[in-house]
Design a binder for this molecule. Structure first.
Ligand code: GLA
Length: 722
């Protein structure tokens, strides 16, 4: 259970495992005191001495003493020489802010953040720490919720202009805290298209180490995530302080090591390109940040994130339901399809046990390639003469559900929409529009644009029997300007875009509660907890090669559970890498997420189709475990030649084990993998071999893997407790 204690000058939030402490210094400066393993002492008085500050109340903010204070929400300009969390400019052009304690209040329930995705509570209290700068008339409400069932803390900040002058917010982080002086490694997830979220771990040195995006989305290139850990930390042991954002737009996540060797952590909207004008009476709400603590290594950290995603982020009817096994036509046909070709594909899909047929890009306007029609959400009668309904109905009659691809945030210069509304695209007068994938970005800061998107997607979903939507977004921002925003609000555009998007999604998921939404952004370019709040699964990567997916899914699992990751079996040679991997390996790797296929089933042999039916049958039997079990990483593709993980059913009754060896090695012992998450006292039968072993053997001495010759061989086992 989480508890909230408000003392004389100290606030202590804790649950059964972790504590978060804030100290209010004399004069009212809020100071971050502690985040880590639970402290039994409610008011640990000597903690303040860790920062060389007098515990006797003689602290004064003069003489730049602020430079040694681990500020809870420090500002630029008043003696703290490090990067702050908040920068506010007055009408006279000066920049300073001095937030002092006013009160600490408690909400009995965690409230949603207006217009933004946020973690929801299950009865946990929320602390509201109210601060004010009297000179500016600026009030800040810092919100904190520590969850009962996972060691995660949600934080956000609301700024309210209670003064009489206009204030310009130039930077407003969601979270700031300081970690104790110690050596740390920092881990971030960075990559690119088709190589998302690669793990990068290095020692934290004095200075700044940060990741961020100014691309308009959380991005393919880097995730809104960082973890600080003691250098000895491994997958299974050691302390980890990890951070993420419930946000899908431009972000900054950084650690700054100062002269005291004590890292300050900052997360929030990227200040680059950001600004927000606060007229008297107006307020601004930052996105929510998440802090997770683990003393059980990176595996422990992931367990906290996975519970957070499952119990506090993902919503709706599909949140804990079996996800349908799908066939997507993209890599099977690309833009080259018609009604009959799709029906033929769906028939074979139904025969092998697929449950959902997804029609990807190319069904609307006159889109035969990626250079037209985005924005014109009208079915292309050349390809589908009867429209979508007869197709969907025919597919339904085969016992399959029917899904559809959209890219609603975009506009092609070659579209009726652009010809009618050129000013609906982001643009800067006098500058040539910069296209990305031959398209422009709609200006979602405009209400009329948001209404158009909502209405046009709703019309298709109302007029046709559609069970699933893949919501794509395939380019970065450029020419970031809006026709409607006044000059002093143009820097609000990237965040206003996100608010517009979230408002559309919130309305759509409530209007169409029976539609399963999958988020996509050129693959995993917007894989974040913000999107997960609206759509319970995200397409992990356009790279469907099994070996690449070992890496991508391994590192994605640091933050996200299997039920959040779309993963499909595709053709060989793989369309992104040219690599050839066995069908069994493609199946073993892809089934560790929201499983599906993305290839021309009609070009496969009967033997391959039989193998696919067997894969699907096996997945159906253990689907709940694969999606919602406890996920343990066992061998990292970032450390060597092998990848292994296991998902264990919550009730311990079964587990699914996956092993992949990238390159075959001659003359070595066979691989032996020590499993995790099993009951050492129980016995397990391996369904595929009939062998029986004790949980202790499997975890302590390990499971022998009969790996076959050839590169990218794999083993996938279902273990049942007997
Ligand atoms: C993006 C997606 C793909 C596919 C194409 C269609 O690249 O990531 O899965 O939907 O768009 O154009």
């Amino acid at each position: 259970m989480s508890q909230l204690f408000i003392g004389q000058n100290l606030i202590h939030l804790r649950n059964d495992h972790v504590s978060y402490l804030i100290h209010i210094l004399p004069g009212g400066v809020p100071m971050h005191l502690y985040w880590g393993k639970r402290l039994e002492t409610l008011e640990p008085a000597q903690l303040i001495k860790h920062y060389g500050l007098p515990a006797n109340g003689s602290f004064t903010t003069n003489n730049c003493a602020m430079d040694r204070v681990p500020g809870e929400y420090p500002s630029f300009g008043l003696g703290d020489m490090r990067q702050g969390a908040l920068t506010v400019r007055r009408e006279d052009g000066t920049t300073s802010c001095d937030l002092r304690f006013v009160s600490a209040e408690i909400d009995t329930e965690k409230q949603p953040l207006p217009g933004l995705p946020s973690a929801y509570g299950n009865g946990e209290q929320t602390l509201r720490l109210i601060l004010k700068d009297e000179l500016l008339g600026l009030k800040a409400v810092l919100r904190y919720t520590l969850f009962d069932d996972c060691d995660a803390l949600a934080r956000s900040v609301e700024l309210i202009n209670e003064g009489s002058e206009t204030l310009s917010v130039e930077k407003a982080m969601s979270l700031c805290l300081q970690l104790p002086t110690r050596p740390y490694d920092i881990l971030t997830l960075s990559g690119s298209w088709a190589r998302e979220r690669e793990m990068h771990r290095r020692p934290m040195l004095p200075g700044e180490c940060s990741v961020g995006s100014i691309k308009g989305a959380s991005s393919l290139q880097t995730s809104p995530f960082l973890a600080m850990m003691t250098p000895e930390t491994t997958e299974r042991q050691g302390e980890v302080y990890a951070f993420s954002l419930v946000y899908s737009g431009n972000f900054y996540a950084g650690a700054l090591v100062d002269q005291q060797f004590s890292p300050r952590i900052l997360l929030g909207i990227n200040p680059d390109g950001f600004g927000w004008t606060l007229e008297p009476g107006q307020s601004f709400q930052t996105p929510e940040a998440i802090a997770v603590y683990s003393d059980a290594g990176l595996g422990g950290m992931s367990a906290q994130f996975h519970t957070l995603c499952a119990k506090h982020i993902v919503r709706g009817k599909f949140a804990d339901q079996p996800r349908p096994i799908l066939l997507n036509n993209w890599e099977a046909t690309y833009f080259n399809f018609d009604h009959d070709k799709l029906v033929k594909l769906a028939k074979t899909a139904a025969r092998v046990g697929v449950e959902l047929f997804v029609l990807d890009d190319g069904w609307f306007g006159h889109r035969d390639s990626d250079n037209s029609s985005l924005g014109d959400w009208v079915v292309d009668r050349r390809k589908l003469p009867g429209g979508l309904t007869p197709l969907a109905e025919e597919i339904h009659q085969m016992g399959l559900k029917f899904g559809l691809w959209f890219e609603p945030e975009m506009i092609s210069p070659d579209s009726d929409l652009y010809r009618a509304h050129p000013d609906w695209a982001l643009h800067i007068d006098g500058r040539t529009p910069i296209e990305g994938r031959n398209q422009l970005t709609l200006d979602l800061s405009r209400q009329d644009v948001c209404d158009y998107i909502y209405e046009s997607v709703s019309a298709i979903l109302t007029e046709n029997p559609i069970d699933y939507v893949k919501w794509d977004m395939n380019r970065n921002f450029s020419n970031v300007g809006s026709s409607l925003l006044p000059a002093n609000r143009q820097r609000e555009l990237p965040h206003r875009y996100m608010l517009g998007l979230y408002s559309i999604l919130e309305k759509l998921i409530h209007r169409f509660p029976d539609v399963l939404f999958e988020s996509c952004s050129s693959g995993g370019g917007r894989f974040d907890m913000g999107m997960l709040h609206y759509m319970p699964q995200t397409w992990c990567s356009d790279n469907t090669d099994a070996y690449s997916r070992c890496r991508i899914q391994y590192s994605t699992s640091l933050v996200f559970p299997p039920f959040a990751m779309g993963s499909h079996v595709s053709a060989v040679p793989n369309h992104q890498t040219g690599r050839i991997t066995p069908l069994s390996t493609r199946g073993n790797v892809a089934r560790s997420g929201c499983f599906g296929y993305e290839l021309d089933l009609n070009s496969l042999t009967e033997e391959e189709l039989t193998e696919i039916s067997q894969q699907i049958k096996a997945v159906k039997a253990v689907r709940n475990t694969l999606l919602y079990g406890d996920f343990y990483r066992l061998l990292s593709p970032y450390d060597g030649n092998d990848t292994a993980w296991i998902t264990v059913a919550k009730d311990g009754s079964e587990a699914v084990f996956t092993f992949e060896r990238a390159l075959f090695l001659s003359a070595t012992y066979p691989p032996v993998v020590r499993l995790a998450g099993l009951d050492p006292a129980a016995r397990y039968r391996i369904e595929e071999t009939g062998e029986e072993y004790g949980g202790d053997e499997l975890m302590y001495s390990g499971l022998y893997i009969p790996i076959s010759n050839g590169d990218h061989a794999s083993v996938g086992y279902i273990l049942r407790r007997i």
